[in-house]
Design a protein around this ligand. Structure first.
Ligand SMILES: Cc1cc2nc3c(=O)[nH]c(=O)nc-3n(C[C@H](O)[C@H](O)[C@H](O)COP(=O)(O)O)c2cc1C
Length: 157
């Protein structure tokens, strides 16, 4: 997707609902299929990552659309306590190749993220939105090829 003026990104963290944890992979697959469909319509791009406790997601697009999308997401019972940690204007997209992609963080991913900053556990303490965005961008770069394939495979785990 092309970069445009008036773009913004929104980063949030939430807790995976206990019902979703019991069936994590099908749950995320369903979320991803739905997100890819709606985001293609709305010109939203981004990345969703998760471990056994948290989701963290970045949405990029026109400000009104990003806000509307997050408004729907925040009511979703598949997770709880969504907290926006960063919402800011951007000059270009960092995840422009993917209407949405998702990854379960591996131990290697955690090691990479933890090495980025001394206190940089995933997700960083609430409020460290800039660090979380940097972490999500790093995951995007490390797994770029896998995410590109995922357009067909729907989900790479
Ligand atoms: C962790 C998570 C991430 C989601 N990501 C998106 C997304 O990127 N775009 C989107 O339209 N819906 C996303 N959804 C789904 C929305 O919560 C919602 O179900 C969907 O937008 C349809 O909204 P509606 O049920 O109000 O029609 C996500 C849900 C969860 C739990």
């Amino acid at each position: 997707m092309t970069a445009g003026s008036g773009l913004e990104c929104l980063v949030y963290v939430s807790k995976i609902a206990s019902s979703g944890l019991q069936n994590l992979h099908p749950t995320v697959r369903n979320i991803l299929t739905q997100a890819q469909h709606l985001n293609a319509r709305d010109n939203i791009t981004g990345l969703l990552v998760f471990n056994s406790v948290f989701f963290a997601q970045v949405l990029e697009g026109e400000p009104e659309t990003v806000t509307r999308t997050f408004g729907r997401i925040s009511k979703d019972i598949r997770h709880t306590l969504p907290v926006i940690v960063l919402q800011q204007k951007i000059s270009e997209r960092s995840f422009g190749a993917w209407t949405m992609c998702a990854r379960q963080l591996s131990q290697l991913d955690n090691d990479i993220l933890n090495s980025m900053e001394q206190r940089g556990a995933f997700p960083p303490a609430y409020g460290s939105g800039a660090l979380l965005l940097t972490q999500l961008q790093a995951i995007g770069r490390v797994h770029q090829a896998a995410f590109d394939r995922q357009a067909k495979d729907v989900l790479y785990l």
